[in-house]
Design a protein around this ligand. Sequence first.
Ligand SMILES: Cc1cc2nc3c(=O)[nH]c(=O)nc-3n(C[C@H](O)[C@H](O)[C@H](O)COP(=O)(O)OP(=O)(O)OC[C@H]3O[C@@H](n4cnc5c(N)ncnc54)[C@H](O)[C@@H]3O)c2cc1C
Length: 240
Amino acid sequence: MEFTKNRILSNKQLCRDYYLTETDGNGQVQMGQFYMLRSWGNIPVLSRPISVFNADQGRISFVYKVIGLGTVVFAGLKPGDPIELLGPLGNGYPDAEGKIALVGGSAGVAPLYLAARQIKAAHPKSGVDMYMGFSDKPFLTKEYEEAADQVVVNVGGFITDEIDPEKYDAIFTCGPEIMMKALYEKCQKAGAHSRLWVSLESRMACGLGACFVCSRPVGGANKKICKDGPVFPAEEVFSL
Ligand SMILES: Cc1cc2nc3c(=O)[nH]c(=O)nc-3n(C[C@H](O)[C@H](O)[C@H](O)COP(=O)(O)OP(=O)(O)OC[C@H]3O[C@@H](n4cnc5c(N)ncnc54)[C@H](O)[C@@H]3O)c2cc1C
């Protein structure tokens, strides 16, 4: 983990509220890790946590939804503008091989691109199926088709309806918590819940495990999402 001052290489609007931002940088990133991003002085006070979409050949990229003050500033960045990166942070998804499903909802598809690429690079014989759920216009489907063996896209419905958990040795998910919980319940019915890993989001201040802003009960103990996570076994998050 390091703090670096970087430059924007490109900043592209994917569709109405979603952007793909590329910076220079050489981080050794594990799928599912994130950076704290900052491209302003004192206001807003806090940097913003964003997962790594891709990290390759001196470039780090992020896909994010424009929500409020911080992401509005990111959306306005131009090539050459400065941006500060702290990371990579968090644990990331565990190594997995065999038949793998990646299930993302809206902005939650972001970390699963690097996941598809890293699983295929580490285990070329593994099969990676990508499930992408969108409430509105889909984006980056062509890029995911290049990274995964099969891509299933659902717009306006429930992406969790599309997957048969029994087929998979591991399932990684990221997206709205209600979607990930529905997937957990489906996996539970199929006896596959111990093979499901979820990436949690929380309001975050330091990103380093020092401030406790992002702590919540997971697996019977208080866990810091920034440092103990953001990836956890789904059983620890959703089982009662
Ligand atoms: C580990 C992690 C990875 C993430 N990866 C992505 C990603 O790849 N793409 C993406 O679109 N979004 C991602 N998010 C959510 C993203 O951090 C928030 O949408 C963003 O911080 C909103 O900032 P804002 O200034 O635009 O909104 P505001 O609402 O103005 O932010 C106010 C404060 O709340 C925090 N905040 C608001 N919403 C969230 C949220 N959902 N999660 C965490 N903090 C929030 C902000 O960081 C800030 O401190 C991630 C969150 C976490 C915790």
